[in-house]
Design a protein around this ligand. Sequence first.
Ligand SMILES: Cc1ncc(COP(=O)(O)O)c(C=O)c1O
Length: 425
Amino acid sequence: MAPTDKPQSHGPALGATQFAVDENDLVIGGLAVRDIVAETGTPCFLYDASAMRRAYRDLETALSGFADIYYSVKANPLPAIISLFHEEGAGAEIASVGEYRAAIKAGVAPGKIIFAGPGKRAAELLEVIEGGIGEIHIESAEEIARIEAIGKPVKASIRINPVPDAQAGAMRMGGKATAFGFDEEELENVLPLFRGIGHIDLVGVHIYGGTQILDADMLISQWRHSILLAARMAEMLGKPLETIDLGGGLGIPYFAGETPLDLAAVSAAIPDLKALMQTHPLTANAHVIVEPGRFLAGPGGIYVAEINSVKTSRGTTFVVTDGGMHHHLAASGNLGQIVKRNYPIVAPAMMQADYEETATIVGPLCTPLDTLARNAALPKLKAGDLLAILQSGAYGASASPVGFLSHPAAKEVLVENDAFEVIGR
Ligand SMILES: Cc1ncc(COP(=O)(O)O)c(C=O)c1O
């Protein structure tokens, strides 16, 4: 069994995924998808632990000691997934007290957890400060006051919304008007907010410029910008920075024509970035963090649904499955996409079959929004056959409106070394 080199007809990004094909079967974690779901039932998310570990190790190697990796828990908050990255050496980047609890449950030390998010509530701040937290990434004047009111010492960074020329990513969060952090151009007005503050130890800066960045040059130019910004901030503060958090946003290919982020190019740029930090005495010894989510968890996951019925309406073939946007909003194009494009989709028990049909894949919800793929090239399918959406390990189950229409939640299953386990929230 060798990693697949199947052509485009098996889904645009299949060649970029980590899975093997054995005759007709898509294989994950050493097991045929068909055999796993015969026991777990469908719909389900299957997560290949080795593929996720491989993504972590590839990134760690590319970074060559330049930055520590903190897994962004929002990508997939199951404690078993956080724990897997923790075993590899990752810290955790969280955005709520629920994610804090999941990270603690997964065994992450409180000192290796960092907390960002534009609307942190007083009760959340209290719980993480009392339980222990590496850093809080402050995003508003009110947050400063809320933390001060708790009256316990805590380390913090300022979250900065970078100026437009540093922006990148298909779904941009930085560079434009946003609720995330303070605008870079306001930095000199923001730092005085920390004067006379007794409990917050302002040690660093956090910049998150956008998600789904596939262009290594763009990522590196964003990181350079952040290092220079950190140096300016350190000068204004008149002290060295302990932390520079460069954000996440490393992309993965989903759609036809997209290629994976070139980690060799990232790696080649690391000596220059290290040198850039050394040029300024106040950033020379800072601890650098990157906090990817999608890049680590996305490629190792697939979403599997069973076909319920196949019908034709006015010339279009509709394949109705037992899964849909209530489990996988992102694949339906309703999470951050402007133009709906298909995630890579395959028939995991018919990998050798000819792709002789074009069909629209829909779920069981009573809305046309519940469309998983349009005009997808697929083998001839019938009720009882399986479909699998690839690149589904990040922003899947936890980013979907599972309550809508009250269908059951999808099972989530971790597969490793020829064995699988249902992992729950
Ligand atoms: C502050 C912050 N860090 C990290 C991430 C993870 O981003 P990605 O999954 O694109 O790496 C996000 C995503 O929204 C974020 O808002």
